[in-house]
Design a protein around this ligand. Structure first.
Ligand code: NDP
Length: 393
């Protein structure tokens, strides 16, 4: 029996992961974790006969205990309990907590030397070198779960990374891709929270409309595959059927195609290093008819270009970028700033901290990454209050 744990079990990726696990008979569920959705966490823990359920919030523990009463499933709460859950022996761990909160549990899981299926892109953006060093130290394997990175990973099987000229990530362009440019500043969270192709959580859907999500993925690709900033680029592909392309030095291009369903990338990580049938829609190219590609317009997606600034700066820039992005998204969702202000706010936070600190210095520990995260959030929140409004709706 494979022992598996799912961090962020109540989220979009977590639920899809458990859907696949439920279809197998070779998995024993160890730990499931969630945030405030305690009722769902308890339901999942019961359905999958988990050993342990953990909520991130201390004040949710009583509710979780009550919901699990009589089940024999242990309950725990808090950030330390998440780390302890990650230290429970498991062969395969899904890291699908949203945000920097996923960092410490993922780090702890790697110490077991098994497989960490990484959906939490924030981990690589904030602490890529630390995470890779932790995996190497313990002989653990990190597998990408972001669909684009899984696509690149699959296109690279049997290839030499030295022969790669370029990695192209595709982007749907998000829910506002066809809006007139002069209306973008007025977009509301509800407008930006609609995705044309993928069903995902609210935050990542808005990040998709602003392309902050793609900026994170560009940095993630740089960190995961160890390629230079100039070797990553992005194409808008409205159909979301080609997930990524890898261009080699002999002119060959390997593309990965599939229906937009996260269960493909999750299932690949679950079945790796082999392939097994998955319950995902099959691609019908005759029905799709056409595949379109275009370059992203920097005026429409000002957040995207920041990724290359972050990669070239290195050091703590990734942690600052992610935290400022989170703070900007909070301010946008609370309607304190407009849609286009999010990129301005993140750029200003990066500039301010680069002036005042040595951003290029690599964090020496996870604690330092989390300190940087807190500082950047604080700065971004303060700057958000002073930002001249650019048409917040
Ligand atoms: P969701 O918002 O749907 O789920 C997030 C999960 O994290 C939930 O289980 C949530 O619990 C939990 N959570 C929230 N806050 C905390 C916290 N402070 N501490 C611990 N746990 C917390 O997110 P997604 O599933 O969409 O995304 C998860 C990760 O995967 C993100 O990093 C995202 O970028 C990445 N990803 C997502 C994709 C997708 O298709 N959705 C695609 C590729 C990557 P609760 O529900 O109880 O609040």
């Amino acid at each position: 029996m494979r022992r598996v744990s799912v961090f962020g079990a109540t989220g979009s990726v977590g639920e899809s992961t458990l859907d696949l696990i439920a279809r197998r008979d070779d998995c024993r569920v160890v730990a499931l974790t969630g945030g405030r959705n305690v009722a769902r966490l308890a339901d999942l823990a019961r359905a999958h006969r988990a050993e342990l359920a953990v909520t991130a919030h201390d004040d949710c523990l009583d509710d979780l205990r009550a919901a699990l009463a009589g089940s024999g499933i242990q309950a725990a709460a808090g950030a330390q309990a998440l780390v302890e859950a990650a230290a429970r022996p498991a062969d395969w761990v899904m890291s699908a907590i949203v945000g920097a909160a996923g960092l410490a549990p993922g780090f702890a899981a790697l110490a077991q030397g098994g497989v960490l299926a990484l959906a939490n892109k924030e981990s690589l953006v904030c602490a890529g070198p630390l995470l890779r060093a932790q995996a190497a130290r313990h002989g653990a394997t990190i597998l990408p779960v972001d669909s684009e990175h899984s696509a690149v990973f699959q296109a690279l099987v049997g290839e030499d990374i030295a022969a790669v000229e370029k990695v192209t990530l595709t982007a749907s362009g998000g829910g506002l891709r066809d809006w007139p440019l002069d209306r973008l500043a007025q977009a509301t969270p509800a407008d930006a929270g609609q995705h044309p192709n993928w069903a995902m959580g609210q935050r990542i859907t808005i990040d998709s409309a602003s392309m902050f999500n793609k900026a994170m993925e560009v940095i993630e690709a740089h960190e995961f595959f160890g390629i230079a900033p100039e070797q990553v680029d992005v194409l808008i592909h409205p159909q979301s059927l080609v997930h990524a392309l890898v261009s080699f030095s002999d002119g060959a291009v390997m593309a990965h195609l599939g229906a937009p369903d996260m269960r493909h990338a999750i299932g690949y990580a679950l079945n790796w290093p082999t392939r097994a049938p998955l319950p995902v829609a099959r691609l019908d190219l005759a029905q799709a008819g056409r595949l379109d590609f275009r370059l992203p317009d920097p005026a429409r997606y000002p957040a995207l270009g920041l990724a290359w600034d972050v990669m070239r700066t290195g050091g703590r820039a990734g942690a600052v970028f992610n935290a400022a992005k989170e703070a900007a998204l909070d301010a946008f969702i609370a309607r304190r700033i407009g849609f286009l202000d999010m990129a301005r706010l993140v750029a200003e936070t990066l500039e301010t901290l680069a002036r005042e600190t040595d951003m290029t210095r690599e964090p020496a520990s996870l604690a330092e990454v989390l300190e940087t995260d807190l500082e950047a959030r604080r700065r971004a929140a303060a700057l958000a209050g002073r930002l001249p409004r650019n048409g917040a709706a």
